[in-house]
Write a protein that binds this ligand. Structure first.
Ligand code: GLU
Length: 484
């Protein structure tokens, strides 16, 4: 019998979902979808000081926006659904306590009475002697009477997991192969805090086992925790899952991707005007490649091709230029109705919804090829709906010699002209230039500046057609009136 593929993303709600977390979510989702398995979301909120409900909401919103649906897990900040509920670690404490008691009873975990000061001193000495800073195991072999004496003095304790003193732990990693860790270099991790609560490394093992997770794909900052986690599986008599540790993401300067490199939270990318599909495609390639070096993927294609073997061990570099290029590609391929729907929050924010003026389908379509971000759309179409605001360059164009007269005569010529259509307008306006003995530029530039307030923009005659005769003529007159 083959086991069902079950993957999970297990964020700690201590901030936003950043690019690294989004990639981890995506890979787990793709792998589960590819193998018709389940994708589980679990909230690892054992750090009570730093975990917040707002972070849970932001993480869920980010994953929803990315379009990565989960089969089991939170519905909102507090409630969840699925056969392994609850999916919030702080609601699972009684479960962890049961396994903690088992480990202590079996002598596989022990009480540690060391204070923070003692631990700091241990670390300081280790650094001084150039040893890895780790717990020296001094509470491992305390006798029952020593323990009673310490507790008699009112000493509090944490619980540490007893790592094997020698040998090696092998981590089976789908990306890195078998990674071997010398046990004597690992420390006895705290699995239950002095302040009475379980820690990540402990909860994670119990949950992954009870939630029947077959593959744990996560960032490689967790690789160093994995030998301890594997030993906890063994101590509880369980089989560890297959691990896959994803390489780090670097900024363009080769250092770890951070705020310094620009936006790191997924919602910032949403607000900048990236499409969820772009993010899925781009993040899929950030550390994974397929043999054909394909760049653009439909979701079906990604699901069919994604595999853990194609994930690279070396760091991946986040490249905003490529991300923007890809977004431009997807915007170009999005039908206009859908594009307007996607751009609605941006149009709304710019106050461009519900205004009189040409159909958005026509104005947005005019520059469809140019948009790289949804957020650029309002700026490029707003002159159709709002009063003309002159850029300094446009002001200069309108201030040129004889411009006022050109505008007035053009207004007159166009007010009597029909049909007010692209090609016919071009013929008429070129003829106007001839009649007046003017070069094309002497007419086209003031015409664009007066009607749009800009010196650059969409193709002139089609733009005039869409704007409509009445607006064009009145804008020409208004601009002329201001030139007195
Ligand atoms: N809660 C951990 C984090 O947010 C995830 C650890 C894991 O995936 O095992 O970094």
């Amino acid at each position: 019998m083959t086991t069902k593929i079950r993957t999970r993303f297990a964020p700690s709600p201590t901030g936003f979902l950043h690019i690294g977390g989004a990639r981890t979510t995506l890979y787990n989702w793709l792998f589960a979808r590819r193998h018709k398995g389940d994708f589980v979301l679990r909230i690892e909120d054992t750090d009570e000081v730093r975990s917040t409900g707002d972070s849970v909401t932001a993480i869920l919103d980010s994953i929803k926006w990315l379009g990565l649906n989960w089969d089991e897990g939170p519905i909102d900040e507090k409630t969840d659904r699925g056969p392994h509920s609850p999916y919030y670690q702080m609601q699972r404490v009684p479960i962890y306590r049961k396994y903690l008691d088992q480990l202590v009873r079996e002598g596989k975990a022990y009480r540690c009475y060391c204070t923070k000061e003692e631990l700091d001193e241990m670390r300081r000495l280790a650094q001084l002697e150039k040893r890895p800073p780790r717990y020296d195991g001094r509470c491992r072999a305390l006798s029952d009477s020593q323990r009673s004496a310490l507790e008699g003095q009112g000493k509090t304790f944490s619980i540490r997991f007893k790592m094997p003193a020698d040998g090696a732990t092998i981590v089976e990693d789908a990306i890195r192969g078998n990674v071997s860790f010398e046990n004597k270099l690992q420390q006895d991790l705290v699995i239950w805090k002095t302040t009475d609560g379980p820690t990540y490394n402990f909860c994670c093992v119990i949950d992954d086992h009870l939630m029947e997770i077959s593959h744990v794909t996560r960032g490689d900052e967790h690789l160093s925790n994995t030998p301890s986690q594997v030993q906890i599986y063994y101590a509880l008599g369980w089989k560890p899952p297959i691990f896959a540790h994803l390489s780090m993401i670097l900024g363009p300067d080769g250092s770890k991707l951070s705020k310094r490199h620009g936006a790191t939270s997924v919602l910032e990318y949403r607000d900048q005007g990236y499409l969820p599909h772009t993010m899925r495609n781009y993040l899929a390639l950030l550390g994974w490649s397929n043999t054909e070096s394909q760049q653009l993927f439909t979701d079906e294609d990604l699901i069919a091709k994604f595999n853990l073997e194609g994930c690279q061990k070396s760091p991946a570099t986040f490249d905003t230029v490529k991300l923007q290029w890809m977004n431009g590609e997807y915007i170009r391929h999005t039908p206009i109705d859908e594009l307007i729907e996607l751009a609605k929050p941006f149009l709304q924010k710019a106050g461009l919804l519900g205004l009189p003026g040409p159909d958005l389908k026509r104005t947005v379509a005019l520059e469809h090829e140019k948009f790289k971000l949804l957020s650029e759309i309002p700026t490029l179409v707003e002159f159709f709906y709002k009063p003309v605001v002159l850029t300094p360059k446009a002001e200069k164009v309108l201030g040129g010699p004889g411009v006022k007269q050109v505008l007035l005569e053009l207004a007159e010529a166009l007010s009597a002209f029909a049909p007010f259509e692209d090609k016919a307008l071009e013929v008429r306006i070129r003829k106007f230039c001839e009649e007046k003995g003017l070069k094309a530029g002497q007419v086209f530039h003031p015409l664009r500046a007066a009607t749009t307030g800009r010196t650059e923009g969409p193709t002139l005659f089609l733009m005039l057609e869409i704007m409509g005769k009445e607006t064009v003529v009145s804008r020409l007159k208004e601009a002329a009136a201001k030139l007195d």
